[in-house]
Design a protein around this ligand. Structure first.
Ligand code: SAM
Length: 350
């Protein structure tokens, strides 16, 4: 794994890409499923050292979308033919158990959309209530399997005990969610060994969805300001480049053949022309067009110059469809549930 991560030979990398693309085609087919992304709040109680919407960043204007605004996005997702709505936010104390459960019920009452939540580390009570209200999936990246580095870049919430994200993923699974996780690539202090361990851990956790993307420094964060803490020599430090992101997508596809893998916004941000298509060519099978109303988009600046931050929802959809068709792939129909999850459950039921 480390050798592949360190490989820079173009011919060898093309072998890796082709292998990942063949596994993708054989295991999850040519459908590219579209998940409508709604960034419903940039209010966050945490102070992650890498993230532009961290609590300590006073230069961000904060917002939380209303119930009606989110339901309008759900209607748009249905009109666009999407099968899933992804609700993502900072760890916003205003998004209480009851508020989110009510939102989930309102969307489920009107639509057949699958609902994916990505609302950070929440307690058992909230996660149970949301599952009961109808939420289908949960995304929580463990960010890096290097525990020391994780603790450094992701300090515990003030007044709350430290939570273990890996344990949290087990909790989500036990509640019946389809479970997604992932990492950032090229975090200062992340070694090639760490990244290889991350991919091994994806397999060990039996995930349904895996999202990976290069770490992009934000000037208003401690990690971005310092230009990164020089913890490792150049030989060991993973670079936060597009090609490294693509290698990780390919190795993830080969290691976890049936998972759903998005071609992430971070890849598209590093190369606006081809980043997203390249993700799809290196093993990804999901795109998450952004449905967040334009007036909020710029405020959800987890890193600078985020791709599609000024596009309308229609433009995001049209770009995604053009990219899919241009690659000879097919826009997915229906919810696009995880094949891995279905296989797991059919084993359990027999
Ligand atoms: N609060 C939730 C959580 O932490 O899971 C969801 C929102 S959080 C902004 C979503 C993801 O953004 C994180 O899991 C992290 O990997 C990614 N992210 C944040 N800052 C980033 C940066 N500077 N570069 C790349 N990805 C970043």
């Amino acid at each position: 794994m480390v050798q592949w991560l360190q490989c820079n030979d173009e011919a060898d990398l093309e072998v890796l890409r082709k292998r990942a693309d063949a596994v993708r085609s054989a295991q999850v087919g040519d459908d590219v499923h579209l998940r409508g992304l709604v960034e419903l709040s940039n209010i966050c109680a945490r102070d992650c050292l890498y993230c532009g919407i961290r609590a300590g960043n006073a230069s961000v204007a904060r917002y939380r979308m209303s119930r009606e605004e989110v339901v309008a996005c759900a209607r748009l997702a249905v009109d666009f033919g999407f099968g899933t709505l992804v609700l993502q936010a900072g760890e916003d104390p205003g998004l209480t158990g009851a508020v989110v459960a009510d939102l989930i019920k309102a969307i489920k009452q009107e639509t057949d959309l699958a609902i994916t939540l990505s609302l950070g580390e929440r307690d058992l009570e909230d996660l149970t209530a949301w599952r009961q209200a109808g939420a289908d999936r949960y995304l929580l990246r463990f960010e890096t399997s290097n525990r020391e580095l994780f603790r450094y870049i992701h300090p515990p919430r003030v007044g709350q005990p430290e939570r273990d994200r890996i344990e949290h993923l087990g909790l989500l699974r036990s509640l019946g969610y389809e479970v997604g996780s992932g990492v950032m690539i090229g975090i200062p202090g992340q070694s090639y060994d760490d990244l290889a361990q991350d991919i091994e851990l994806f397999k060990g956790l039996g995930l349904d969805m895996i999202g990976v993307g290069p770490y992009i420094p934000h000037q208003d964060t401690p990690l971005g300001k310092s230009g990164g803490v020089p913890l490792l020599g150049v030989e060991q430090q993973v670079p936060n480049t597009l090609v490294m992101g693509l290698k990780v997508v390919a190795l993830t596809r080969i290691t976890c053949p049936q998972v759903n893998i998005p071609s992430t916004t971070a890849l598209a941000t590093l190369d606006r022309q081809t980043g997203r298509e390249q993700g799809l060519n290196w093993g990804a099978n999901i795109i998450m067009p952004n449905l967040t109303p334009v007036q909020y988009r710029r405020m959800y600046e987890i890193y600078p110059s985020k791709a599609a931050s000024t596009e309308t929802a229609e433009q995001s959809r049209d770009t995604a469809l053009r990219q899919i068709v241009g690659l000879g792939r097919v826009p997915g129909r229906g919810r696009g549930d995880s094949k891995h999850f279905q296989t797991l459950n059919s084993f359990k039921n027999n």
